[in-house]
Design a binder for this molecule. Structure first.
Ligand code: UD1
Length: 308
């Protein structure tokens, strides 16, 4: 079938596109190439159509989604601190952009929209692990934006018959995650520095935890969310169900790379959450999801691919 991947030239989007092509789908990637890159789709040359465009452009989304049965909405500004520094820009991309995708889906009869939501919606909720039934208390513009997107999906599902599924990603890592910005994901930065033999900065004492999840597991979750019947209007955590402190993470990276990494500590980052771990009971029960690749194995694969 024909499917749309917004953010299709980005880190997670390009992995979703790769799986979709392997499963015989016709894939259109829509990406403004701000953080996405053409080279992320190089291995799919001739197999994926890349349309360069911005999710803030509602008309472009209507054009590109024509004839698509499923839309995987991955395009976003993904950094929590960037949203703290630029809340209006992230609002436009992350909220208006999601609304535009839903509008296009309704206009073109796209049957299902799968949304890249985030664990950031839980915010200050003190209990762990995070369960989908908890009241979300976002503590960053980014958290608000992802939660708003999820609410929009729910309403589109109720009102307009667009089946929607929201996946609350925990901390996704893997090949093609770009380490070059100060706003990049922590694993991409730490692994890059460890391989270059330069030091890392930890914001806070390093005792904050994250549920790091290898990108292959996230692709599995997307396929289940897109193709399991009867789940319109639902949301699911996507993680491994385990938590790792930043200090433990760095120790794992040091062990795999085989070298000590120097670290300095700075003040904690504004908008950061302290503890983050997913309860993955719901996605296991309803979709049959299993995180097949654990954190250590994912780190091994990532480091091996960067060395190669
Ligand atoms: C990440 C994702 C976000 C996703 C969320 C889900 C990125 C860039 N962000 O946010 O899209 O929705 O998970 O949980 O992928 N840190 C350091 N040193 C560094 C970089 C980061 O100590 O050089 C710390 C941060 O202060 C934070 C932790 O590492 O405490 C994780 O940071 P980051 O990788 O940016 O992810 P989140 O903010 O959790």
């Amino acid at each position: 079938m024909k499917v749309l991947v917004t953010g299709g030239a980005g880190f997670i989007g390009s992995h979703i596109a790769t799986r979709l092509v392997a499963e015989g789908h016709e894939v259109v990637a829509f990406d403004n190439l701000t953080s996405g890159k053409r080279e992320n789709l190089e291995h799919l040359a001739g197999k994926v159509e890349l349309v360069v465009g911005d999710v803030r452009d509602a008309a472009a989304l209507v054009d590109v989604s024509r004839g698509c049965a499923v839309a995987f909405h991955q395009a976003a500004i993904v950094s929590v601190p960037y949203s703290v520094d630029h809340p209006q820009e992230t609002h436009d991309v992350n909220i208006q952009g999601t609304l535009n995708v839903l509008h296009a889906a309704k206009a073109n009869g796209v049957k299902r929209v799968v949304f890249a939501c985030s664990a950031a919606v839980y915010g200050e909720e003190p209990e762990s692990p995070k369960v989908e039934t908890m009241r979300p208390v976002p503590v960053s513009p980014y958290g608000i934006e992802k939660l708003t997107g999820e609410h929009y999906l729910d309403v589109w599902n109720r009102l307009y018959g667009v089946e929607t599924v929201s996946l609350r990603y925990f901390n996704v890592f893997g090949e093609r995650q770009d380490p070059r910005s100060p706003y990049s994901g922590v694993i991409s930065i730490f692994v890059d520095r460890a391989l270059k033999g330069t030091g890392v900065t930890m914001f806070g004492d390093g005792g904050q935890t994250r549920d790091f999840v290898y990108v292959g597991n996230v692709v599995d979750a997307n396929m289940l969310a897109a193709f399991t019947p009867g789940i319109g209007g639902s949301n699911f955590n996507v993680g491994c169900g385990g938590q790792t402190t930043l200090l433990e993470l760095l120790a794992m990276i040091e062990e795999i790379v085989g070298a000590k990494v120097e670290r300095t500590h700075n003040a904690p980052r504004q908008g950061d959450i302290r503890e983050s771990v997913a309860d993955i009971g719901k996605i296991r029960a309803k979709l049959g999801y299993e995180p097949k690749v654990g954190v250590q194995e994912g780190l091994r694969r990532l480091i091996a691919s960067l060395k190669a």
